[in-house]
Write a protein that binds this ligand. Sequence first.
Ligand SMILES: Cc1ncc(COP(=O)(O)O)c(C=O)c1O
Length: 385
Amino acid sequence: MIYADYNGSAPLDSQVKNYLLKRLEDGPFANPNAIHNLGTKTLMGMEKARSICAKILGAKKHQIFFNSGSTEGIATVFHSILSEAKKNHKTSFIISGFEHAAIPNTASYYQKEGFEIKTLPTTKSGIVDLEVLKKWLEEGRDQLAMVSIMAANNESGIIQPYKEIGRLCNSYGIPFFCDTTQYIGKAHFNFEESEMDYAILSGHKIGALTGAGILLAKEPSLLKPLIIGGGQETGLRGGTQNYIGNETLAVALTSVEEKLAHSKEIELARNAFEKDIKDSFPEVVIIGESSPRLGTTTYLSYPGIHGQAIQIELESDNIFVTTSSACSDNSPVTSHVLKAMGISDEVGRGVVRISLGMDSPLGYYKEIGEKLKKAYRKLSKVKSF
Ligand SMILES: Cc1ncc(COP(=O)(O)O)c(C=O)c1O
């Protein structure tokens, strides 16, 4: 079996698994906010995890807020910035057209509250148009509440010039929120040097437990809680903390540090795999091929063959990949990410996303390549659209 959907959710990291086995055996299990000894021990374990996460992420400990994951982080940032912006008559914000659905959906909520969403155009290479961003920042400096642009795309793996974007936003005094969900864990990241005001991560994307995540905030005093509750997380996120989940974040991030040392090897294997496919089938399109990309993601399309048909073929060979197409009534739709890049429906309907982990055996690419070529050979004879 080859699991190639790490961008969807990474399997539990082996160090996290070993940690959990011992942790569940040894305890302690207590409310980290309790004043008795077991509570204090539990709190100390969680605070140690916070320090480790801060160190690895290049942040200060007080800039790390544990939560349930990226969707909550997104909601908290939008709520914090936009509720304050309203008071200051800042009425619009900028996003890109290729954000994860959690961003446009949250943005639509605030649109109904009276905000204007300004969606930045994307160049053909999948990068936001920085000239337009500059122009919009210049023209809208008095009305703009924030800029929200992701670091790495979940479908294509394309990496945005986030430092440049952050520098631009900072020069106009506009907060920059960067969805780093796919970037952290797959590339070197340092919050202090990132030029971001807010960043996020989800535990299940980095091999930690699902339901644990982090919101990083450069200036925590600007955050507002979504859940008020009992004042946990310095009043910014009520509810008894998911302390074991939070501990797994520290273990997973420590493991990521080690895996990143080998990131070049897997990227080279990925590149060789893509070249082999293109040599055999020159009509295949690799999305974002010439753009900076995560080294473990391939997003490719054979125009005329449905991505879902390929996914089913690969699954019959025990290889688990995804497509990006939402499918209704057998009419797959090109994803909004690809549409933002101006990619045609013919290519858009054919896409398959293959995403491995940095510690996946390099030989996986050879096996996926063989099975993918087999599927293309079979299905190209009966092109489906
Ligand atoms: C780029 C990006 N942002 C946000 C999310 C939302 O993460 P979660 O579902 O863990 O809250 C995802 C999940 O796929 C993602 O890939």
